[in-house]
Design a binder for this molecule. Structure first.
Ligand code: SF4
Length: 363
């Protein structure tokens, strides 16, 4: 349990001897204003001291290391959770916005071959508080480094598969949207294609964005890159996405990490086109970032451009994404939390219920 794992009812219980408005006042201050308990100067000093020293209202993690790249426009935070697991959060500043890429699990069970998190294995789901507090950290950090500019966008593209942790991710989405006040259209959840999770996401209501990490448009190739494709093949995935588009009227985007000689040929572009057209999907291309456990390198610039041209020529909306944070292993697919992990021993979670949920998705 940590500060942002407390729900409003927990605050009411915790502050039972206090005036009734206190819990709402604190809730608003820690979410909307992203303040820590010791910064709540509108509270009596004695209460502030209690909150600052109580285990229940403590932070979910400690910052172990902060590294930066791209002339400090990209920052990667390595956090140690209270059980010593580690996660990473990446904050990227652009001239018109600041975006934070947050983690939803410690490790990941999806085992995508090119991804450093996948190469590491799955440890456990993050709690609601651990997810929300990454956003609070990013708001605070943006305030410190960018002055008046406020954090504007959230992407669930860090460590873990968000739609394998729907219970906590969905509650965190609600809190980020309603209590912190970041618009649903500025929040993107990325998935490798967990069909049951996409169905639940479709029925959520608010207009959050959905991104699907596709990387290949035929089953053989996709299964070799993204093994969960064997369980939820492209045909099933596209049917589910079609339902999503019909029900939500939202445009989805496909993420495509461009790997030299693996998925960057004209044939790949044509196969991708045929999946995009019926969905009117947008495509984000990003040259693959190097990781220790995967030999392929990212496609060269001319290949990326000609791939993009083929898609654009077929009327597909396509963007080539910035390769941010490669020097600090903060770019897509590079997050591995390489610090404390060697001391953590066991590769898979001791958290039995999370393990069972994950098995049900994989079997
Ligand atoms: S790409 Fe995403 S889903 Fe695949 S292993 Fe990495 S973190 Fe997990």
């Amino acid at each position: 349990m940590s500060l942002y794992d407390l729900e409003i009812a927990d605050w009411q219980k915790l502050l039972s001897g206090q005036p009734p408005f206190r819990s709402r006042q604190i809730w608003k201050a820690i979410h909307e204003h992203a303040l820590r308990p010791d910064q709540l100067t509108s509270l009596p000093k004695s209460l502030r001291a209690i909150l600052a020293s109580s285990a229940e209202t403590a932070s979910a993690f400690t910052l172990v290391r902060l590294t930066s790249d791209d002339r400090q426009l990209t920052e990667k935070a390595l956090f140690q959770l209270n059980d010593r697991r580690v996660i990473e959060t990446v904050l990227m500043h652009y001239h018109d916005r600041s975006t934070v890429c947050i983690s939803s699990q410690a490790g990941c069970a999806m085992n995508c071959s090119f991804c450093a998190t996948g190469q590491q294995g799955f440890f456990r789901h993050l709690t609601v508080g651990e997810i929300v507090e990454q956003v609070i950290w990013a708001i605070d950090r943006t305030r410190i480094t960018r002055g008046e500019k406020r954090l504007s966008n959230i992407v669930f593209m860090g460590m873990g598969e968000p739609l394998a942790n729907t219970r906590n991710v969905f509650r965190a989405l609600e809190r980020i949207n309603t209590d912190i006040g970041i618009g649903a259209r500025h929040i993107t959840v990325s998935t490798v294609g967990i069909v049951p999770g996409i169905k639940l996401f479709t029925d959520l209501g608010p207009q959050f964005n959905l991104a699907v990490s596709l990387h290949a448009a035929n089953n053989d190739k996709r299964t070799s890159l993204v093994p969960i494709n064997a369980k939820y093949p492209i045909e099933t995935l596209m049917e589910t996405l079609q339902e999503y588009v019909q029900k939500t009227r939202r445009r989805i985007s496909f993420e495509w990490a461009m790997m030299d000689g693996v998925n960057d040929t004209e044939q790949d572009a044509k196969e991708l086109t045929s999946l995009c057209v019926p969905l009117e999907a947008h495509v984000n291309l990003i040259p693959l970032n190097p990781t220790l456990g995967w030999p392929s390198k990212g496609s060269g610039w001319s290949r990326v451009e000609s791939f993009a041209d083929t898609l654009a020529g077929a009327g597909i909306a396509v963007s080539i994404r910035d390769n941010r944070g490669t020097n600090i292993d903060a770019a897509c697919g590079q997050l591995a939390g390489l610090v404390a992990d060697k001391n953590l021993g066991e590769r898979y979670s001791e958290n039995i219920s999370a393990k069972m949920e994950i098995s049900a998705l994989l079997d």
